[in-house]
Design a protein around this ligand. Structure first.
Ligand code: DX5
Ligand code: ZN
Length: 228
């Protein structure tokens, strides 16, 4: 996968942004080279944290120029999908563990005109994907247990990325493979080698004073031809 730098997308997660200056932060990461703006929605039920809902997503959508990559960590999820579509999400990812009827949920997202993604927790087996891969635009491999920014990358995610990349390619599908959690300049290369092409980075980006420099570093390391 390395060497495919034009395909590599960096998606800063605004979970680690300064929420008192959210608009400025979104503009800053866009100007710094972000490809997507990753928005983490948490409900205190599916994951042990609460963040934002459609109101804030709508406010961000008003000023964002890059696609909003909305990661829903909520259950139930179906009743809220129309609200996030109306709010301006470009991609809505739902967790396979958060809906009993994953096929229905993914079709609903697409019927409403949005791109659909499916996210898998670290402990969720890849086989959950096999019957829905044709219904999605993105697979999200969680490389942390969702709920918080700033956690450590779980290495097993690399095996999952490799297997899912093979599934996508074998079926000739155009599905983006996003890795979410603990991505830093020193591990992004391994994730890219394993087949990821969209990289969420929250604390790695927003902890730095220079967003352009860190996004460039992440992109460069992901694009390297040789192992670090
Ligand atoms: C975790 C979220 C991630 C997280 C990424 O539940 O889905 O998007 O904010 O943050 P870092 O890059 O700090 O792990
Ligand atoms: Zn996320």
């Amino acid at each position: 996968m390395a060497g495919s730098s034009p395909m590599i997308k960096i998606a800063p997660s605004i979970l680690s942004a300064d929420f008192s200056r959210l608009g400025e932060e979104v503009r800053a990461v866009e100007q710094a080279g972000a490809d997507y703006v990753h928005v983490d929605v948490m409900d205190g039920h599916f994951v042990p944290n609460l963040t934002i809902g459609p109101l804030v997503v709508g406010a961000v959508a008003k000023i964002a120029t890059k696609p909003l990559d909305v990661h829903l960590m909520i259950s139930p999820v179906d009743p809220f999908i129309p609200d996030f579509v109306k709010a301006g999400a470009a991609i809505i990812s739902v967790h396979a563990e958060a809906t009993l009827h994953l096929d229905r949920t993914l079709r609903l997202i697409r019927e409403l005109g949005c791109k659909a993604g499916v996210a898998l927790n670290p402990a969720t087996p890849i086989c959950n994907l096999s019957s829905v891969l044709h219904l999605v635009d993105m697979v999200v491999v969680m490389s942390v247990n969702p709920g918080f920014g700033g956690q450590f990358f779980i290495d097993h995610a690399l095996h999952k990325l490799k297997t899912i990349r093979r599934m996508i390619n074998d079926r000739g599908l155009q599905v983006e493979l996003e890795v979410d959690g603990g991505i830093k300049p020193d591990n992004i290369h391994a994730a890219a080698q394993a087949g990821a092409d969209v990289f969420v980075a929250g604390s790695a980006v927003f902890s730095q004073p220079d967003y352009t420099a860190i996004i460039q570093e992440l992109r460069a390391n992901a694009s390297l031809e040789v192992p670090l």
